[in-house]
Structure formats: structure tokens, C-alpha cells
Design a protein around this ligand. Structure first.
Ligand SMILES: Cc1cc2nc3c(=O)[nH]c(=O)nc-3n(C[C@H](O)[C@H](O)[C@H](O)COP(=O)(O)OP(=O)(O)OC[C@H]3O[C@@H](n4cnc5c(N)ncnc54)[C@H](O)[C@@H]3O)c2cc1C
Length: 407
């Protein structure tokens, strides 16, 4: 019997919005615990692109519990480490992948975001209904369920709706309020796209920095290509996150004159299949649920790429949210409350790290606060909370018993 059929028998229908990382991950666990799951993704197909994202600490445990350890490791970038270089390419600093027990700057599990999304989708597509090229146009909820009208005109009813639709979540705007209320721009912009590997990259990532901007090249599994990244400081950001043309113009303008290999990387901008640019921002909300609607991943608690933990939080949050809902017999009040209680501390630690890292990139003005001292004990403790700050309950047995697990 497929997971969806089991959920169908129980009558728990869950709509998940967004099929990147958080969406397919929570769909996996909901399906495993017996819900009938539909995932709706606005893009016409799974979105490619993005730099490597990392799984550290408890996020690695979650991947193991999903049974995906081997397949995720097989898709990893196999990056040996990172060098920072000067304009002539001379090495300034070295960070090896095995530093800090594999949980450091270059994590032991580093996978391109698009590849991770594909792995999660492949692992769930059989038991889960995926709808591409559609999105929620209207939503109303009552005590027992949520009525959804899709942009395609389709109308359906679900018991629960989970928003995993990222930093600019439309579901968040629809249910909780306008973006400005929750989105905190950290003063930086990042752009990623793949380029031909004409730079002789092997297993080492190269980064070149100037005040307020930088360029980076990362080796990927396909040795004929490399993933490029540009970073620049920007006090504000008002480019539409769906207007690729405007984003490319902004990038060209802001990194003009950048040294090292930047002009050669920029020469490929018009021909890349997977351009992605976005502001570095966090989402801070004092609650992640409203009635039968709950948010997950970047939509609820983006910690920004500056924390290096957005994907880890999405994976761990997916495990905890689905597990707590099932353990609460699918009662949204109890399940959502326990999900928040378990996740808050880890989320806040990662948001703190994201803000600290963003500060280190700022060009110091005359009144600038002193740079944080990352060698202090306080930072070690913060890192532990950020990487391992959630105890993962063992939710197995939930679908058979239908009763809350004892902890
Ligand atoms: C193309 C892309 C590239 C990225 N590259 C990087 C990177 O290089 N480094 C990094 O640190 N982080 C990157 N991120 C963000 C990273 O994926 C997240 O921080 C983290 O993995 C948590 O993911 P998420 O699933 O919560 O959100 P996201 O990964 O942002 O996914 C949200 C998904 O929801 C979909 N969606 C949006 N609106 C709707 C809607 N109204 N209806 C239905 N679906 C909708 C989007 O198309 C997307 O597939 C990228 C995200 C995307 C989408």
C-alpha cells in the first residue's frame, strides 16, 4: 500500500506549497506517517540551480533517517576545500573539507541545491502527488479544513496546508501579512550560475574578495562546468525576484571592474541555463502557524545563505513538523505548537550566525561596531546550538498506533 492510500484511508489530506528542499522533505515524512500529500510548485518543472548547500550535525541524521544517506553522498560536490586568492590567483588562506570534523566552512555533505532537490523529488514522486506550474490563488479556512482555489481554476479541500515556498512566500503574504513585516534585508546580494570550466578547477573552490564584493568559482560533479557566485553589498534591494533581465543588469552594474577572473565569468552570463540572484535576507516571525496553515523552511525562518544552514534547517524542520503532527494525531494546534517549541532555539542560533557573518562583510565606517571575536567560547556554544540544537525524537510507530509517542 502506498503512503498516499494509507493517508487517504485516514482522511488526512495535506497540501505542501513549494518543491525545492523543505517541500519534498516534509512530503516524505508526511507520506511515511500516513497522510495523503499533494505538493504544488509554481515553476513548470523542478527548478535547477543554486550553489552548494550544506548538511551538518542533526541535518545529516535526518538524511540518514530518510534512507537517503548513500544517494545524497553520491550526488555531493566532493569539494576538497577552499582557497581565498588575490587578484593574480595567489593563495591567501586554505580551508580543508575535513576541518572541524567535516562540519566546518566546507561541510562534508555539500551538494548543489538543485541536485538535492532532485534527490528528494525522486525519492518521493511515487507516493506523493506533484503538481507543477500552478499555485494557490485563494484560500479560506474553517475549523475542519482549508478550501483552496488554484490559479488553474482547480478547487480542492485539505485538512492542513504547509507553506514551503521560500523567502518570498506568497502563502505567508496571504495568511500572515505583507513581506515587509517579516523580511529583513541584511545588506548583501548573491548571484549564482554555472559556467564552462575553462578555469582548470579541480576539487578546490576559489574565492576572490574586494571590499564590498567578491567572486567565487566552485568545482561540481560535472568536471566540464563550474558554479560561479558573485557577492555585492547593497543597502537596499528592490528588484523583482522573478525579473531575470533586471537582475542580470544589476549584477553587471555592481561587479563592473571587479578583478581576478570576474570578467571571464561575467562573459558567460547571457548563456547560462540556471541564473539565480537574490537578496541576503532573513525571515523573522513570532509564530509560524495560523489555524490549519503552517510555514516551513525559508518561508518561516530563513537564516540566509550567510548562515550556511538554510537547507539544514529546512530538513530538520520538515522531520520535526511531520513527526509532531502525526504524534498529535494530526491536531494542528498541538502539532504546530510542539514543532515551534522544538525548532525555535536552533533557528535563532542560525539567524544570529547569519547576522554575524553578514556584519563581517560590511565595509567598516567610522562608527562601526568592533568585529565579533569568533574565537570566544560564546561562538563555540552558538555553533553547537546552530548545528545540533534540536533533539530528534524517534517518531517511528506513529502511523501504526495513531497515538502520541511517549518521550
Ligand atoms: C533556484 C534556487 C537557488 C538557490 N540557491 C541557493 C544557494 O546557492 N545557496 C543558498 O544558501 N541557498 C539557495 N537557495 C535557497 C535554499 O534552497 C534554501 O535556503 C533552503 O534550502 C530552504 O529551502 P526551501 O525549500 O525552504 O525554500 P526554497 O529553496 O526557496 O524553495 C521554495 C520553492 O517554492 C517555490 N514557490 C515559490 N512561490 C511559490 C508559490 N506561490 N506556489 C508554489 N510554489 C512556489 C519556488 O519555485 C521554490 O521551488 C536557492 C533557492 C532556489 C529556489
Amino acid at each position: 500500500m502506498g503512503a498516499g492510500e494509507l493517508g487517504g484511508e485516514r482522511g488526512i489530506r495535506v497540501l505542501v506549497v513549494g518543491a525545492s528542499v523543505a517541500g519534498p522533505a516534509v512530503a516524505h515524512w508526511l507520506g511515511r506517517w500516513g497522510a495523503a500529500v499533494t505538493v504544488v510548485e509554481r515553476a513548470p518543472e523542478l527548478r535547477p540551480g543554486g550553489q552548494a548547500v550544506d548538511a551538518r550535525g542533526v541535518a545529516k541524521d535526518v538524511i540518514g533517517r530518510m534512507g537517503l544517506d548513500a544517494v545524497v553522498r553520491a550526488a555531493c560536490t566532493d569539494t576538497a576545500g577552499a582557497y581565498t586568492v588575490d587578484a593574480e590567483g595567489k593563495v591567501l588562506e586554505t580551508f580543508a573539507a575535513e576541518d572541524d570534523g567535516g562540519d566546518g566552512f566546507i561541510a562534508e555533505i555539500e551538494i548543489l541545491r538543485g541536485d538535492l532537490s532532485q534527490v528528494l523529488y525522486d525519492a518521493t514522486r511515487d507516493g506523493i502527488e506533484y503538481i507543477f506550474g500552478d499555485w494557490i490563488a485563494e484560500l479560506t479556512q474553517d475549523a475542519d479544513g482549508v478550501d483552496v482555489t488554484f490559479a488553474s481554476g482547480d478547487r480542492r479541500r485539505f485538512e492542513l496546508v504547509i507553506g514551503a515556498d521560500g523567502l518570498h512566500s506568497s502563502l505567508r503574504a496571504m495568511v500572515f501579512g505583507p513581506h515587509e513585516q517579516f523580511l529583513h534585508h541584511l545588506g548583501h546580494v548573491l548571484a549564482f550560475y554555472s559556467v564552462p570550466n575553462e578555469f582548470g578547477l579541480d576539487r578546490w573552490l576559489l574565492e576572490y574578495q574586494e571590499p564590498g564584493r567578491s567572486a567565487l568559482l566552485r568545482p561540481i560533479q560535472d568536471a566540464t562546468r563550474a558554479m560561479a557566485m558573485f557577492y555585492f553589498a547593497a543597502a537596499d534591494f528592490d528588484v523583482d525576484h522573478r525579473d531575470i533581465g533586471a537582475q542580470k543588469r544589476l549584477l553587471r552594474e555592481r561587479v563592473a571592474g571587479l578583478g581576478w577572473l570576474a570578467p571571464d565569468i561575467l562573459a558567460h552570463l547571457d548563456h547560462t541555463p540556471d541564473f539565480y540572484l537574490d537578496q541576503v535576507a532573513q525571515v523573522v516571525m513570532d509564530r509560524w502557524s495560523d489555524g490549519r496553515v503552517v510555514l516551513l523552511g525559508d518561508a518561516a525562518f530563513s537564516s540566509s545563505p550567510m548562515s550556511g544552514q538554510g537547507t539544514g534547517l529546512a530538513l530538520v524542520g520538515a522531520y520535526v513538523l511531520a513527526g509532531e503532527l502525526a504524534a498529535a494525531g494530526w491536531d494542528p494546534d498541538a502539532g504546530f505548537a510542539r514543532y515551534e517549541a522544538r525548532m525555535r532555539s536552533m533557528v535563532e542560533a542560525n539567524q544570529e550566525i547569519g547576522r554575524l557573518n553578514a556584519r563581517t562583510r560590511e565595509i567598516p565606517g567610522p562608527d562601526a561596531e568592533p568585529a565579533p571575536d569568533f574565537t570566544g567560547d560564546w561562538f563555540g556554544e552558538l555553533l553547537v546550538r546552530a548545528i545540533n540544537g534540536v533533539e530528534l525524537p524517534d517518531y517511528t510507530g506513529v502511523p501504526e498506533s495513531g497515538a502520541p509517542v511517549t518521550r
